[in-house]
Design a binder for this molecule. Structure first.
Ligand code: NDP
Length: 258
């Protein structure tokens, strides 16, 4: 598929999990891609793998919570690719704790990475998209952005912020050629979910499989979603023919069994 040939995509948190799968899917769809994360090794490896497969790919180190680093990322990605047409705000992190145990530092960190990072990165590429009257912003939120569950209040608040930001900025991009959408997956098979399962094992003494089963049962999810399923949904929102789709919140809850 070369539907995105001629377009350039920047993916935050592109070193592993959903971000890496999105970089691969966008490259396979024809886009040039730039991947960014704090850990340079992982993004460098993803970009090198993509180049080896014949795609154009670049890697940058960036902490999305730092406004200066985000501005530099937007400049470097623009320099490398020519411009940024597609932004996937995927960088994110999660913790779980009952309310009395959440420290202010933890709360602020979760809000900063998931919500403020999304704001900063979008702002950094927005004006170029508006000037060219073409842009796609896809925010990776979560079903936690639409619902509430125990022990993940900071993450839930942050992802609700991402969903609200998506709807508001979609209104700003309307009639300017820039679409803004969010994907809201349930549990996805990524290193972040592995950390969650490890935490449940540690707290309950259950095996990996028992912990996974109880985690999925709690949210009524029949199976883990695969990262490439989320990536495919992201690519779809970036296509030329998706120009009429904005302000959408696309839920992937794994309810379709494989
Ligand atoms: P992973 O932990 O596997 O990957 C997260 C990526 O984000 C890594 O590349 C990480 O790299 C990067 N990252 C984390 N913090 C920062 C930061 N401050 N600045 C820049 N990059 C950062 O997570 P997933 O792939 O599972 O998650 C990706 C997104 O999907 C997140 O927004 C998450 O909330 C969301 N999501 C995940 C679900 C799941 O079940 N896994 C379900 C629903 C939503 P590095 O550490 O090197 O910076």
């Amino acid at each position: 598929m070369t539907a995105l040939a001629g377009y350039n995509a920047l993916i935050t948190g592109g070193g592993r999990g959903i971000g890496a799968a999105s970089a691969v899917a966008l490259a396979e769809a024809g886009a040039k891609v730039s991947v960014a994360a704090r850990n340079e090794n992982q993004v460098v490896e993803i970009a090198a793998d993509l180049r080896e497969s014949g795609y154009e790919a670049f890697a940058f180190r960036c902490d999305v919570t730092d406004p200066r680093q985000v501005r530099e990322l937007a400049l470097s990605a623009t320099e490398a690719m020519g411009r940024v047409d597609i932004l996937v705000n995927n960088a994110g992190t999660a913790t779980s704790n009952p309310l009395p145990k959440i420290t202010l530092a933890e709360w602020q960190h979760i809000l900063n990475v998931n919500a403020t990072g999304t704001f900063l990165c979008t702002q950094a590429v927005w004006e170029g998209m508006v000037e060219r009257r073409w842009g796609r912003v896809v925010n990776v939120a979560s079903i936690a952005g639409l619902d509430g569950d125990k022990y993940i209040s900071a993450y839930t608040a942050a992802k609700h912020a991402v969903v609200g930001f998506t709807r508001a900025i979609a209104a700003e991009g309307r009639a300017k050629g820039v679409t803004v959408n969010a994907v809201c997956p349930g549990y996805v098979d990524t290193p972040l979910t592995d950390e969650t399962i490890a935490r449940i094992m540690h707290l309950t003494g259950k095996s990996w499989q028992e912990s996974l089963t109880s985690m999925l049962e709690q949210v009524g999810q029949p199976r883990l979603i695969r990262a490439h399923e989320v990536a495919d949904a992201i690519v779809e929102l970036c296509l030329e023919e998706s120009s009429g789709r904005t302000g959408e919140i696309v839920v992937l809850d794994g309810s379709e069994s494989l």
